[in-house]
Design a protein around this ligand. Structure first.
Ligand SMILES: Cc1ncc(COP(=O)(O)O)c(C=O)c1O
Length: 302
């Protein structure tokens, strides 16, 4: 495989992502100042939390001499797509272990087709086999079956201790500029790192996009792995998943299209739309005292 000379360019620290103030009467009416942290602009091919999480892992993999990465995801995983793109940009091999053996042999959906076009080798496994990735005893066999023995392992969603360190940089970029920094959550890794990077007195607010209410424990465990225990002042707003992962009811669709039109940026539906809906609702019900500066982290683009 080609080894592009621009590896350093991909892996170097990048300038802080832009911070934009927006004028929106739904916030102004309650004395709340709304800022958008445009992390979707941090890297052209690895937007938002994808670059924050992957770059430290890619650096570690290359420093340890790995030329292949293996990771995990569902059939529509943004994380699989970002890992495949990183592999192409770095000239290293990628293997994606995909949840759902019923997908094997069928035409690839657009997301997986993009992974394959970027050179990712896809290995489909049953849901129960997929779950075995969390069992340290069973993982080596799963990797071997996928032809990924010896490859650098990036966990599902990219959330590990190195990823938290990358997301803590996002928190550091927000020191001194906001009271509350809010982010949509899947695995919770971005919130876990963001909270660790904020200064004392600043709060992080997470909006889970999956139903289930299991995320606090996951975030505590990610922070314990990375920092030895819970870090930072964070909380979750659990009531804004709209029925579960990738559910976008008509009202949310209308809200997202309107927000995009009002403020002139593309609103990603699966995560970012639920975050913005949550912040608009919570502001409307007086959750944030007048005078609060609230920052919505825009973690991705459609
Ligand atoms: C656009 C976007 N925002 C937020 C998240 C959630 O990140 P985390 O899994 O770290 O909670 C993801 C995860 O894939 C994402 O793609």
């Amino acid at each position: 495989m080609n080894r592009p000379a621009n590896r350093d360019v991909l892996l170097q620290p990048r300038p802080p992502s832009p911070l934009q103030e927006v004028r929106d009467e739904r916030f102004e009416r309650h004395g709340v100042r709304l800022l958008l942290k445009r992390d979707d602009l941090v890297h052209p091919e690895l937007p938002g939390n994808k670059w924050r999480k992957l770059a430290p892992n890619l650096r570690a993999a290359l420093e340890a001499g790995h030329e292949r990465l293996v990771t995990f995801g569902g059939a529509y995983s943004n994380h699989l797509r970002a890992t495949a793109a990183a592999g192409r940009l770095l000239g290293i091999g990628t293997i994606g272990i995909v949840r759902g053996d019923e997908l094997a042999g069928r035409p690839l959906n657009d997301s997986l087709a993009r992974c394959a076009a970027d050179g990712m080798r896809l290995h489909f496994v049953s849901r129960s086999r997929y779950r075995s990735k969390a069992d340290p005893q069973a993982l080596p066999l799963l990797l071997e079956e996928a032809g990924a023995a010896g490859a650098y392992v990036v966990p599902e969603g990219g959330s590990n201790a190195l990823a938290l360190a990358g997301c803590a940089d996002l928190g550091r970029e927000l020191r001194g500029v906001t009271d509350v920094a809010a982010v949509a959550c899947g695995t919770g890794g971005t919130l876990a790192g963001l909270a660790a990077g904020l200064a004392a007195g600043q709060r992080a607010l997470g909006v889970p996009v999956l139903a289930g209410g299991f995320l606090s424990a996951e975030i505590r465990s990610l922070q314990t792995e990375a920092y030895g225990g819970p870090v930072g002042d964070w909380a979750l707003a659990e009531d804004f998943h709209h029925g579960g992962y990738a559910r976008v009811p008509a009202a949310l669709e209308v809200f997202a299209a309107d927000f995009a039109a009002r403020h002139g940026f593309p609103v990603e539906r699966i995560y970012v739309a639920k975050l913005l809906w949550a912040l608009t609702t919570l502001t409307g019900t007086g959750t944030f005292p007048p005078g609060t500066t609230l920052t919505a982290v825009i973690t991705g683009r459609p």
